[in-house]
Design a protein around this ligand. Structure first.
Ligand SMILES: Cc1cc2nc3c(=O)[nH]c(=O)nc-3n(C[C@H](O)[C@H](O)[C@H](O)COP(=O)(O)OP(=O)(O)OC[C@H]3O[C@@H](n4cnc5c(N)ncnc54)[C@H](O)[C@@H]3O)c2cc1C
Length: 388
């Protein structure tokens, strides 16, 4: 695709910049209120609050270049935080496989950022081998509700979620990919217990979720019973594309250069150090190459295609790049990166560097581990056959 911006694209870029500048957060005002207003204002621009949604569901119908511009500009500006679970993971499933009633019931609240969702896929013995999942859903004799029993693990933000979209097993016969059913389950009800898991960086973002005799009305079944695997796979491709974070990494690389230029090395700075400079250059080359894969993915999405196996290349390379940025941040911060607690020490950017680095180890695990992405690329992109 042509990435030189036309005069129309340049005008769009200016419009986006104006919007982001005019609606930036004023630190004197309440952040939560500003955040909700920001999405309303973006909506009034014609679907800018849901850039990736199709036009039929209120999206802006942008060209790939307009998406590219939006990603870049919003990565630079301080746009409000957003969670992917409802907006970019569940919403496409509901649009493709949910019935009209479910679309009308759930999509408006997802769009308004009023309801938090979490993703109940992984289980203690079902991660990379997700189809091994055992959480059981049994339909009542009168066919009006399911009773769900089992445990989910690593469930991000389950402790603040209102709902969980869950893969459950409704049948044990046939291939293990069959008999998986996609259910929407309210979190605030009897039988759901959320237990925190504290990760390496000291943060609480993931949880165990235990479901004991949880009743779920059949209205909350998405698509057909037993066909959930097909829906889940589509959702994973959306998740992987979103996790690559290329535009954010480009901005982080710029910050890294500024930070390194403030760290003294003899009479010069870390940015003049040939070894460090060479690592930054390698990072930039990989980042730009990955950016072009993202552009190809955007181009096919704009033609109506679902994300394909290239989403695995994006996930693999994008998350490795994010980890390298964290590592170089720690290198720039030196011993000060290990500082914990409230008091900043050393360079202003250094505090929490090590915590960020440790947390970043998970990037190449969640959303599908790197080894699994390599399998997908080998099979579906390169067309390689399994060794006998
Ligand atoms: C921070 C964090 C947040 C997460 N959030 C969520 C969430 O919100 N919802 C959710 O459902 N899940 C979530 N996950 C779970 C995540 O998707 C799984 O951890 C991931 O799929 C790997 O599964 P596993 O942990 O069971 O590891 P395993 O599948 O047991 O893998 C262990 C190791 O074996 C390797 N391996 C496995 N299979 C193969 C293979 N076929 N070929 C080569 N190597 C292989 C893996 O690469 C890995 O190194 C999260 C995980 C983390 C760490």
């Amino acid at each position: 695709m042509d990435v030189n911006l036309s005069s129309e694209d340049l005008a769009f870029q200016q419009e986006v910049r104006d919007f982001l500048q005019n609606n930036a957060h004023d630190p004197k005002t309440d952040y939560a209120q500003w955040r909700l207003n920001w999405f309303e204002l973006a909506k009034a621009k014609g679907g800018w609050d849901v850039p990736k949604w199709p036009e039929a569901f209120g999206g802006p119908g942008w060209s790939p270049t307009q998406h590219y511009i939006w990603e870049k500009e919003t990565a630079v500006a301080q746009t409000p935080w957003d969670l992917p679970f409802g907006l970019s993971m569940l919403a496409p499933v509901l649009m493709n496989y949910g019935n009209e009633e479910q679309q009308q019931r759930f999509l408006p609240d997802i769009r308004a950022r009023k309801v938090n969702w979490c993703q109940g896929y992984s289980e203690p013995n079902a991660g990379s081998d997700l189809a091994n999942l055992k959480t059981k859903a049994e339909l009542s004799e009168d066919g009006t509700y399911y009773t769900v029993n089992g445990s989910k693990i690593w469930t991000t933000l389950a402790h603040i979620a209102d709902w969980i979209f869950c893969l459950t097993r409704t049948s044990d016969t046939g291939k293990k990919q069959e008999g998986i059913t996609f259910l929407l389950i309210p979190m605030h009800q009897e039988g759901i217990e959320v237990k925190p898991i504290i990760t390496l960086g000291g943060a609480h973002s993931v949880n165990m979720v235990h479901l004991t005799d949880v009743k779920v009305p059949v209205e909350n079944l998405v698509g057909e019973e037993g066909k959930g695997w097909g829906y889940a796979k589509g959702l994973l491709a959306h998740e992987r594309t979103g996790l690559a974070g290329i535009s954010r990494s480009l901005v982080a690389l710029d910050h890294l250069r500024i930070q390194a230029s403030g760290v003294k090395r003899g009479n010069a700075t870390l940015l003049d150090d040939p070894a460090y400079k060479s690592k930054l250059a390698e990072l930039e080359i990989d980042l730009l190459a990955t950016e072009f894969t993202e552009l190809r993915s955007l181009a096919s999405a704009a033609n109506g295609a679902e994300p394909g196996p290239e989403s695995s290349i994006l996930k693999l390379k994008g998350t490795e790049i994010q980890q390298r940025i964290q590592k170089l941040t720690v290198e720039a911060g030196g011993i000060y990166s290990a500082a914990w607690g409230k008091q900043p020490v050393g360079h202003s950017f250094a505090k929490g560097g090590m915590a960020g680095y440790l947390s970043s180890r998970a990037y190449t695990i969640y959303g599908g581990a790197s080894e699994v992405q390599k399998d997908v690329v080998a099979k579906n992109v390169l067309g390689l056959k399994k060794a006998k």
